[in-house]
Write a protein that binds this ligand. Structure first.
Ligand code: PRT
Length: 118
């Protein structure tokens, strides 16, 4: 299954434009004006909603889960825009980690690399 990442790239551009111009009548502008505190509160709320939706079954549950994931990712990207960080920088960071197990990375920091993914 392959999906285009173009909508994410376009959304990042829109959010960067909002961060620069802060147009009135924009929900994103309201968030940006509230800074990390307001944006962070929404990220926490949306993360909770996504986690709750993960337990819902069936097609409707799956659809709701995808909807909540969209909310979380949008709000996380608003924080990136507030910070002046592009999505490509995050992609590069993930690319840098590619092929390195989290357990191996944790062990390299001298942390317990047991079976619990904590
Ligand atoms: N992808 C999104 C997006 N996802 C979610 N949301 C908004 O995020 C909010 C989610 O919060 P909740 O579900 O808690 O709803 P709420 O209770 O009304 O929210 P609060 O008032 O508590 O903050 C809703 O208002 C959604 O409309 C989004 N708002 C905007 N975008 C994108 O951002 C673009 C720019 O938006 P504006 O800057 O608002 O023009 C849009 O064209 C879209 O592409």
């Amino acid at each position: 299954m392959s999906h285009s990442l173009d909508p994410l790239v376009r959304l990042m551009q829109t959010l960067q434009e909002r961060a620069e111009n802060r147009p009135a009548g924009s929900y994103t502008t309201k968030l940006l004006d509230g800074g990390p505190e307001k944006i962070g509160k929404k990220i926490r709320e949306e993360a909770e909603e996504m986690i709750e939706a993960a337990s819902e079954e069936g097609d409707a549950g799956r659809e709701h889960f995808v909807y909540e994931a969209g909310d979380l990712i949008y709000h996380a990207m608003v924080l990136l825009a507030w910070k002046g960080v592009d999505l490509s920088e995050v992609a590069n960071e993930l690319g840098r980690r590619e092929g390195t197990s989290g357990l191996v990375e944790k062990a390299s920091r001298g942390k317990n690399s047991g079976s619990n993914a904590e």
